[in-house]
Ligand binder design. Sequence first.
Ligand SMILES: Cc1cc2nc3c(=O)[nH]c(=O)nc-3n(C[C@H](O)[C@H](O)[C@H](O)COP(=O)(O)OP(=O)(O)OC[C@H]3O[C@@H](n4cnc5c(N)ncnc54)[C@H](O)[C@@H]3O)c2cc1C
Length: 419
Amino acid sequence: MASTQYSFTRNVDTHSRTDVVVIGGGPAGTAAAIAAARCGKTVALLEKSAQLGGMGTLANVSIFMPVGNVTGIYREIIAEMLAAFLPDGHDQSIAPQYSPFLLRQYLNEKMKKENVQTFFHSEFVGSVTEDRRLKAVVVSTREGLRAFEGGVFIDATGDARVAIDAGVPYHAGRESDGLTQPMTLMFTMQDTGKPVKQVLPEGCYFYHDVAELPQGRRLYWEQHGDGTLLVNMSRVKANGAKLADVNFAETEALRQVFSIAHYLQRTGFETYAIAHIAPQTGVRETNQIEGLYTLTERDVVDGARFADVVAQTNYEIDIHSPDAQKTTDERKVDGYDIPYRCMVPAAYDNLLVAGRAISATHVAMSSMRVQATCYALGQAAGAAAAIALDDGDAAKDVSMAKLHDILERQGVRFRVTTT
Ligand SMILES: Cc1cc2nc3c(=O)[nH]c(=O)nc-3n(C[C@H](O)[C@H](O)[C@H](O)COP(=O)(O)OP(=O)(O)OC[C@H]3O[C@@H](n4cnc5c(N)ncnc54)[C@H](O)[C@@H]3O)c2cc1C
């Protein structure tokens, strides 16, 4: 590893100033942008790729895992895009499979309707800070580097990229050895109605039986009823926020995808051809900030309730082996709250971190990481940002009574009330 350091100075033009700047357009970022805009704030949403939806579209995750409390903007998405899956009652879990292409289109239109200015191909590269505040983020755009100024910044990059750049303390992976959950390249196959030619490209593996598969199991969904098979069966030991790991993962995961497809074509899916491979290998876990409160395994297992609840879930503890062994640690949980403080870094007054990079231990993160929960956290962050601006408060001092009131007006319901 080279030890030379360079100092890099540039004059960067400001593109715009908005009340709220959201970095990252995944579940957390899109919901944060919508929630802040609904409070009357001007919002810039910066996304490094060409699409919104985060892992849900970019990595073709395309199934919403059940969280118990189907509420807020997440519920709205289901109602508007997948109404057939929505239960009448408020208290039933659903796990709808969706089209990542439709979600991508839906989110584009949604942002337009909600008056969110979305900037694609706009990748955060650095933060400009002054004392306890972020003044601007520097972003690599198709026009070169530009600064986006804002009143409150919401880091929804999934990797806490903004917070870490600004010096917020963080940790990654298992407390024992720092290993994160493995990466997976999702793909779909399509029933062609006739036997397909089986191809095993150079560099791929011939799997003889289930035990040889990367996860030691078959894991796929066929909910569309149209011959589409969504496959989640590759597994690569890698931290998606590390250069060398990602380089390895992007090649190894593709090898596995072709090898798995070949295996499936020999064992029950003889008429299925690969239809789509996600443009990037999915990242489950990278960095967690250290916030005012850290969600723990105990909270998840004991069903902790918090006065500053912002999201509720009963999604299981779900840890794909960080060593990339053929095991998955799955443990049912009854349901718990996630407190607002998990999104608040102590060192800054106008920065929130929403989505999978909140302050949580490795085990707690494995349960809170699914999309519905990230939408809920994002929505709360967006509403909190608006309150902070209206009241001139630091993020840590936002009134929970006001936050709960706004969330309720935005359709959020908490099923277990706290005292
Ligand atoms: C293989 C796999 C399977 C999964 N299965 C399921 C499942 O079945 N159901 C489920 O509900 N969840 C599942 N998950 C989990 C879920 O998809 C993610 O945890 C969730 O999408 C996290 O949301 P997020 O908004 O925090 O981050 P992400 O979805 O990671 O979104 C972050 C966004 O920020 C953008 N970004 C990153 N860095 C920058 C930057 N520097 N500048 C600008 N933009 C940036 C990214 O491009 C991305 O759009 C799975 C995840 C993986 C990887």
